[in-house]
Design a protein around this ligand. Structure first.
Ligand code: ZN
Length: 464
């Protein structure tokens, strides 16, 4: 049928409604989409692009902007300060601008367009941690736009090199501590976990991170011609040592924060896990604890939260096919619960391997447990997080949490400054597995709820 002017007119009239079928994203989601489009896969990161993008938005709202270059071109930190009366020490929000790379062929969407679909924003960093940058930025910009009278400075720090050293916050703290000194800080860490129905089960706020050490396991034997093998082959000795380690389970080690977390899980889970969580938190019966440990530790995350872990990660043995090497070495990565002494872990591993031809020692000598203490929960910031989580996520329990890996919080915690870790958006277990994985995504309404939570918390702790 030939096209008549009337049909063209109808098509034109229809066009705006077609566009309207994809509603404009609310402010935090819209900002996240723009941040995702700036590819900061690290290496190389080039986080300076994010710094420039945000500085342009923050400066007109009255933020003092400092961009700290690093020795690497294109890599910098952004420090944006909204001035308060100065009657209290600053509160700081830290978010890393770099992301991990992608396995492009495993994504079903483009990881760097900030696609908005079915109520989600997709893209690398949606959860870790461009979503966090977007939430923190919107919350602090709302403080400025609303002219909230501030008793203290609010510092928004956008960091480089969190996913890959060396110019991370530890480096920044050595060069620019005065710019990031504060009474307490927020960064990434705990989770706002939802159940199958999308309801928030609990809000975990991380108050401590596990620490990471390297242990070297070296087997010794006779170095000789491979045509005349002997029983003391170093590779065979090391293999036996690794087999003993594989069969070994480190004991339970619970800190008070983990007991509180387990009690929260006991109250918010179904059987049989609820009872197992309660047993782990409060029982002293060894048989009951062992049974609960087996059930709960089927989840690798839970397994790691309740003990030191030992993971063989590298092997180094032999140099040619006609020589039996005189030694063979394995590197074991140990992740320690706060308070654990690396030297005790070496002694434990030596006992487990139980072989005079195998030496176990730390890659870097240690004088004892890490001096970094878990952040206390009796601060104004933790209480404010707790109070406003109760408003924004009605009925949700708030619990302190030990983060299973390391974050950039060490720069502050090692200087005695409390840091509370949050991924500030309700998230499901499925969405959590996509972090550092494929088709990473975050719900648009989760982003807006998280912004509301952080904004109310800041008005509470920083407002006059
Ligand atoms: Zn992260």
């Amino acid at each position: 049928m030939p096209r008549t002017p009337g049909v063209v007119l109808l098509a034109l009239l229809a066009a705006p409604s077609l566009v309207a079928q994809t509603p404009a994203a609310p402010p935090t989601a819209d900002l996240l989409r723009q941040l995702i489009r700036i590819d900061t896969s690290n290496p190389p990161g080039h986080e300076g692009q994010i710094d420039a993008f945000l500085a342009d938005r923050l400066r007109p709202l009255g933020f003092d902007i400092t961009i700290v270059p690093t020795p690497e071109a294109g890599k910098s930190h952004l420090i944006a300060r909204l001035r308060g009366a100065g009657s209290r020490r600053p509160v700081l929000l830290a978010a890393h601008a770099d992301v991990v790379g992608v396995e492009r062929e495993k994504w079903t969407v483009d990881p760097f367009t900030g696609l908005q679909r079915d109520g989600y924003v997709y893209g690398r960093g949606a959860i870790d941690f461009k979503g966090g940058i977007a939430v923190f930025a919107q919350a602090v910009m709302r403080l400025a736009r609303n002219h909230v009278p501030l008793a203290r400075d609010v510092i928004f720090l956008v960091e480089a090199d969190e996913e890959s050293a060396p110019y991370n916050t530890s480096w920044l703290a050595r060069t620019n501590w005065a710019d990031m000194d504060c009474e307490f800080a927020l960064n990434e860490g705990g989770w706002i976990m939802t159940d199958a129905a999308g309801r928030v089960r609990y809000v975990s706020v991380s108050t401590a991170d596990k620490s990471s050490i390297r242990i070297l396991v070296t087997a010794h034997g006779t170095s000789t011609h491979s045509s005349m093998p002997r029983p003391d082959n170093a590779i065979s000795t090391l293999a036996r040592a690794m087999a003993r380690l594989a069969d070994y389970e480190t004991p339970l080690r619970l800190i008070p924060e983990t007991r509180r977390f387990l009690r929260t899980l006991a109250r918010t889970s179904g059987p049989p896990l609820a009872e197992a969580f309660a047993t782990l938190a409060d029982s002293s019966d060894p048989a009951a604890l062992a049974a609960a440990d087996r059930l709960v530790s089927a989840d690798p995350l839970m397994h790691a939260l309740i003990r030191n872990t030992l993971a063989p990660v590298l092997l180094d043995a032999g140099f040619r096919s006609n020589v039996i090497p005189g030694s063979a070495e394995a590197t074991v990565n140990a992740r320690l619960i706060p308070g654990a002494d690396p030297n005790d872990v070496v002694a434990e591993l030596t006992r487990v391997i139980d072989d005079p031809n195998v030496e176990v020692h730390l890659a870097t000598p240690s004088s004892g447990p890490s001096p970094i203490q878990p952040s206390p929960t009796d601060t104004d910031l933790f209480r404010a997080l707790e109070r406003h989580a109760g408003e924004v996520f009605p009925g949700a329990e708030v619990t302190p949490y030990l983060f299973q890996a390391g974050t950039d919080a060490g720069a502050w915690r090692s200087r005695g400054v409390p840091v509370y870790g949050i991924y500030p958006y309700p998230i499901s277990p499925d969405e959590l597995t996509r972090m550092h994985g494929n088709d990473e995504r975050v719900r648009i309404d989760s982003l807006e709820q998280g912004t509301e939570w952080v904004y109310r918390t800041l008005v509470d702790v920083a407002g006059k």
